[in-house]
Unconditional design. Sequence first.
Length: 135
Amino acid sequence: PADLQSETRFIIARTMFREERYRATVREVTRALANPGPWSNTPSAWLLLGRAHLELKQDKEAEAALIKATETSGGAPGVPHFYLGQLYARQNQIERAIKALETFQKTGREESDAAIQQEARSLLSRLRNELKTRP
């Protein structure tokens, strides 16, 4: 059945991501999203797709997938904002990065691990300092 195919593809995609096979991750998540079933439009699938695009430095695609992850989250955007903050910081969009990371701190703390929380605090601090030193 299509829902089993979708779930299987998502499991494969997570494995590929852990193995740092990001192009394969993009392929499998895209296929999972195309099939009807439990993974066809979930924040987890969009987040994984966004993270894989982020690793591949495909910024436009990463941003679109991460925004979709926030839109499908039912009003609790959380973790995707951490990765949007990283993306915007890499693009030197300091104000957008700060806003995304502040949103993460307000909405994503319970669903993230301590390492991500610490990285978000460090990045946010660095960006705020950088913003202060701009002319």
